[in-house]
Design a protein. Structure first.
Length: 600
């Protein structure tokens, strides 16, 4: 697996990384990318606070997470170097823009001395290139100003890296022509890209080039996809498979805003989007659309889930199918808005007043976000309940090659609307699922009202009777519990009985699977179980947990799933926490497993 990281100055420069990853996908490699950018919108250029980066791993075999350490680091200034040098392996290639190491640049990055002169970079293969000067020279013929010309320097660096890893320029040049509408800008970027590539050839910067053969992946048609794109496409697919128009209402919040941006492009599929005035208005719009018979979905992140909690309780009481997409981020409060955590699990489970049970699902990879949205709509429509889908900032921004599914293989989501007016009651139920009737308002003979007050279990009329309230609480709870009868059994990765079981959920999947795959190949007695349904748990989970001596639960929180497993199944789980806004490293999981096995 090869790994490259290109620190940039702001999020808008991330397309340079996506161009290299797209080229790698077209070359047939398996690819995992991880953009990492700060919360500060206008941090001064050249400061540590302003450094963004694009982490890319690509391989000739299937991979599931980015590499622990980089083989190549491209640092365009001292701040980028200082922020990311810890991720470069010893002996790795360090490409530096030597034009950006003046005294003022060093001061902004809080360097007391020039690292190019102190010897602190001697453990790396340092390649110094005057990238800014060479870029300005390359674009001189376009007549751009010094400032605009210097903006092309990232394409020069991209050209160097493309030569190093034997990547063609044509696809990126075509993208440049399409992306930049001003001809002189497009030409300048293309010239800078070509100049970087040519410079790497003529100056003989590197001792060797690196050719990564195509990976052997399941046959089919692939595209590159991020988690947010997959969530959006899942919503569109659900609309197509249900025959219902979809309404997505949300309030802009990092990092969930990209879902709204994506869905706004699919009006030709009958998708309607609302940028609401606040989080409460957003979910209220979704609840209203569900009442009207539309496919209802809302999205948010972190604090937005808190603000939606009362309305989610309202959807529980009215028993309307609303899907809530929550892209978790570092908290509490504003916290780390551009970083990833898994700290909303207990909020999704219990973050509402009263007894308000809601199914909770969690995606494991960027591509899996697509399928978890379809599963959420399947459960919401079948059981007439709101459903929460947990993604996180890592999944939202990361990308991978995604096999485009056969539409005919996707679940049939055709809803079952009630149409018979004879003896109609909105609280008549399917005896198997306990789902209530769903009738479209305005249908003759099916006039009804819904609201937040407790309902009579038979007629649906408002009822304050104590015994009826308890009966309805138990009924709503039982409805959610019955979902487990509709879920496939869990499958253990490795032996079903072993010394150690590692239980993962969400985006931790990639790091855990990679580590466990290595350890099992070395014949260590460890197995893995990944959970995508977190409420309710699948039926065979209790039996699986009882077959292992120790259970390790790595999470980007203080042990929320671990606490749930302890409470539900009375097993002595071992919590392994990381809350740094960054995903687990493969080596961190491996080290913890070996420690518990007594092999470290």
């Amino acid at each position: 697996m090869s790994s490259v990281k290109a620190p940039l100055q702001k999020k808008s420069e991330l397309p340079h990384g996506t161009r290299f990853s797209s080229t790698s996908v077209l070359a047939g490699n398996d690819v995992i990318s991880f953009p990492d950018y700060p919360a500060e919108i206008r941090a001064p250029a050249g400061t540590l606070e302003g450094v963004s980066s694009f982490d890319l791993s690509f391989s000739s075999s299937e991979i599931y997470t980015t590499a622990d350490y980089l083989e190549v680091l491209v640092a365009m200034n001292p701040a980028a170097l200082k922020a990311n040098i810890k991720d470069l392996e010893k002996g790795g290639i360090l490409i530096l823009n030597s034009d950006s190491f003046a005294e003022n640049d060093l001061r902004k990055a809080k360097y007391k001395e020039n690292p190019l002169e102190t010897g602190e970079l001697n453990e790396y293969r340092v390649v110094q290139i005057p990238i800014t000067k060479l870029t300005l020279k390359a674009v001189e013929e376009t007549g751009l100003s010094h400032r605009d010309g210097a903006r092309c320097k990232n394409f020069f660096a991209l050209g160097v890296v493309k030569w190093l890893f034997v990547r063609p320029l044509e696809q990126t040049q075509d993208w440049i022509e399409e992306k930049f509408k001003r001809p002189e800008i497009a030409k300048a970027n293309s010239l800078a890209l070509q100049a970087g590539y040519n410079y790497a050839i003529t100056v003989e910067l590197f001792h060797a080039r690196y050719h990564v053969p195509a990976a052997v992946l399941p046959s089919g048609e692939y595209r590159q996809i991020t988690g947010s794109q997959a969530l959006a496409l899942g919503c569109v697919a659900a609309s197509c498979r249900s025959g219902l128009s979809l309404l997505y209402a949300s309030y802009p919040i990092t990092p969930a805003s990209d879902i709204l941006h994506e869905l706004a492009q699919y009006k030709n599929f009958g998708v309607k989007t609302i940028q609401a005035e606040d989080e409460i208005a957003a979910i209220s719009s979704s609840i209203g659309s569900a009442f009207g018979g539309a496919l209802a979905v809302t999205g948010t992140s972190g604090p937005g889930l808190d603000l939606k909690s009362e309305a989610i309780g309202y959807a529980v009481m009215t028993e309307l199918p609303v899907v809530v997409l929550n892209v978790q981020r570092g908290g509490p409060s504003t916290g780390l808005p551009t970083k990833a955590e898994q700290t909303d699990l207990l909020a999704a489970m219990y973050g509402r007043h009263g007894e308000a049970p809601v199914p909770v699902l969690a995606a494991s990879t960027p591509g899996d976000c697509f399928y978890m949205v379809l599963e959420a709509f399947r459960l919401a429509l079948k059981y007439m309940t709101p459903v929460i889908v947990l993604s996180d900032g890592g999944l939202a921004n990361a990308s991978e090659p995604w096999k485009i599914p056969d539409e005919n293989q996707l679940p049939d989501l055709t809803p079952s609307f009630h149409t018979d007016p004879e003896n109609f009651s909105p609280y008549q139920r399917n005896q198997q699922t306990l789902a209530r009737n769903w009738a479209i308002p305005g249908t003759p003979g099916l006039e009804h009202r819904l609201g937040g007050l407790e309902k009579d279990s038979i007629t649906g009329e408002i009822s304050y009777e104590p015994e009826n309230h308890e009966r309805m609480v138990l009924l709503r709870d039982e409805k959610i519990k019955r979902i487990k009868n509709d879920l496939p059994p869990l499958e253990v990765i490795g032996p079903g009985k072993n010394k150690l079981l590692v239980v993962s959920w969400g985006s931790v999947y990639g790091s855990v699977f990679s580590a466990i795959e290595e350890l099992q190949a070395e014949r260590y007695p460890v197995s893995m179980l990944h959970l995508r349904h977190l409420n309710p748990f699948q039926q065979n989970l209790a039996k699986i947990l009882n077959n292992f001596d120790k259970i390790l639960v790595p999470e980007m929180n203080l042990g929320q799933l671990s606490r749930l497993l302890r409470a539900e199944f009375l097993v002595d789980t071992i919590s392994f926490s990381k809350l740094q806004g960054r995903p687990f490293l493969i080596s961190e999981i491996r080290s913890k497993v070996l420690e518990l096995l007594g092999s470290k």
